[in-house]
Write a protein that binds this ligand. Structure first.
Ligand code: ZN
Length: 523
């Protein structure tokens, strides 16, 4: 709705800022940069992330990431957009310092070349870990500030599994995050961040007078905090009415935070921005208190169990397809994606030894060597080799795979090449590079039909919408890996303590508002 209103008032709008570009009409448009890097990276995984994983887009190519900024769209016409670089990686291990410095350097070079700026849209995830550097997003925005200055408004949008350090909060003028997990509102959130930025620039209101920040000493995995079920559902349902319908409030957001990195910034946060101090305070404290009050009610979004129990349930079930989440090595949470522990167990089970046993699809295990062998054998040929455990061999060695090649598909942006090998009654998907399997088409394009399979095992946490809609039964297997769901087993050393639920009987924390100084101001 806001974007429609903005579309109507755009022709009435002029900016007095000397930095704005004059157009032939005599009107001037705000100059807005776009930059950002998105990844969640586990520091409990031996995997490392390199620059190419970010698939960086440069200059005008950046618009392809934002349908609401496509050519001719109302928002596109309301500013002179100066996109620098936007990169988004699959979750993984910590980013190398070289990759981080290279990408940040490219952003800063581009921003220097195209300035000055009235505003900047900062599109980040918020859970990037970089080898040897704390709070990378805080570092990144501080370095951007040195280029764009403090007059420019920065609007930051994030994943609700990101972390909001004081430094990031201070350097952001507007800040928000998703309100849904799974993140069905990701694009809507980005659009809101851009719309709010434009609105503040065009109205001349500029930086909000108040930024309320409340750290909450809670650290939970995403698998317990889906907004599809309680208590996450009701908690997040409070956000929109507070944020969107109140004069004096620009936005409100709750961050769950990221559980698989070990820094002081890893915990939940509430932020509310706006010009009305009383309303901002009330809204922020309401959200923070509500979160704390329901902390004991968070639980896994599906039944959980050992792999053995999960298989027993799946085999006994009359409903198919029965999904099993192989959660410990979920690549979309930061697992290496090549842990072989679960597949090794499956291949050892007598039920799946014969070709006419219960059909099971396993998605997936990356191994470039086995893919090469399968391509040499061709569809219908036999392949014999090992797969996985090249990055994370802590739990099981490379798994022997011997069977018939059922399909070979090239061209996926993440996997590059995908092959299916039938071992007994198991269809094993082996990829050249790791890839998450979230959509029905991820399977059908390989000639697999998950709807008619008895069991589908996916390296995933909670099921993404298409898989969720398809499942007739579902259990999350608590398997080992870099994103072990049993947080009490992770060797935290640097997060703040006490922290719920690690410190069960901790006292109630102080959940009153802390006001973050406006960017460029010390108070
Ligand atoms: Zn997330």
């Amino acid at each position: 709705m806001k974007s429609i209103i903005l579309g109507l008032i755009v022709c009435l709008f002029t900016v007095s800022s000397g930095s704005s570009q004059s157009l032939t009409s005599g009107k001037s448009l705000p100059r807005i940069g776009i930059a950002g890097l998105g990844i969640e990276s586990s520091t409990f995984s031996p995997a490392i992330t390199h620059e190419e994983a970010f698939h960086a887009k440069y200059g005008p190519e950046v618009f392809t990431s934002y349908p609401f900024l496509s050519a001719g769209s109302p928002l596109r016409q309301q500013a002179t957009w100066l996109p620098a670089l936007v990169g988004k990686s699959l979750p993984g291990g910590a980013v190398t310092r070289e990759a981080y410095e290279s990408l940040v350097g490219k952003v800063l070079d581009s921003l220097k070349k195209n300035g000055p700026y009235d505003g900047l849209y900062f599109d980040i995830h918020g859970a990037m870990s970089v080898v040897g550097l704390d709070d990378p997003e805080g570092d990144f925005i501080t370095r951007i500030r040195k280029v764009v200055g403090y007059k420019a408004l920065i609007s930051t949008s994030m994943d609700l599994h990101g972390n909001v350090s004081w430094r990031l909060a201070k350097n952001s003028d507007l800040i928000t995050c998703y309100r849904m997990a799974p993140h069905e509102d990701a694009m809507q959130t980005k659009e809101r961040a851009v719309t709010n930025l434009l609105e503040r620039l065009k109205s001349g209101k500029g930086k909000p007078a108040y930024k309320a920040w409340i750290p909450i000493p809670i650290l939970l995995p995403g698998e317990q905090t889906s907004t599809r079920i309680e208590p996450g559902k009701s908690l997040y349902q409070q956000v929109a009415p507070l944020a969107d319908n109140q004069a004096g409030i620009v936005d409100a957001a709750i961050w769950i935070g990221y559980a698989w990195a070990d820094e002081p910034r890893n915990h939940a946060v509430v932020m509310v921005t706006g010009d009305d101090k009383t309303r901002v305070t009330k809204a922020a404290e309401q959200l923070a208190r509500s979160f704390w009050n329901v902390r004991n009610q968070f639980d896994f979004v599906a039944p959980v169990g050992t792999l053995e129990k999960s298989l027993a349930d799946a085999l006994a079930s009359k409903k198919h397809p029965f999904f099993i989440s192989d959660t410990g090595d979920n690549p979309t949470a930061g697992g290496a994606g090549d842990v072989t522990w679960t597949l090794t167990q499956l291949l050892a089970r007598p039920e799946f030894k014969q070709a006419d046993g219960p059909s099971l699809i396993y998605a997936s295990i990356p191994d470039p060597e086995l893919v090469k062998k399968a391509m040499a054998a061709g569809v219908g040929g036999q392949v014999d080799g090992v797969a996985g455990a090249r990055v994370d061999a802590r739990f099981a060695p490379p798994v022997p795979i011997k069977g018939a090649v059922e399909s070979i598909v090239e061209g996926d942006i993440n996997a590059e090449v995908e092959v299916v090998v039938k071992v007994g009654s198991i269809h094993v998907i082996v990829t050249q590079k790791r890839k998450p399997y979230h959509k029905e088409a991820d399977f059908t394009r390989l000639g697999l039909n998950p709807r008619t399979a008895d069991i589908v095992v996916v390296k995933i946490g909670y099921l993404e919408p298409e898989l969720y809609a398809m499942q007739a039964g579902w259990i999350m297997a608590l398997t080992p890996g870099g994103v072990n769901q049993d947080l009490a087993r992770l060797p935290y050393k640097r997060i703040k303590r006490p922290m719920f639920p690690l410190d069960k009987n901790m006292p109630d924390p102080n959940l009153s508002v802390q006001f973050v100084p406006r960017s460029g101001e010390s108070k």
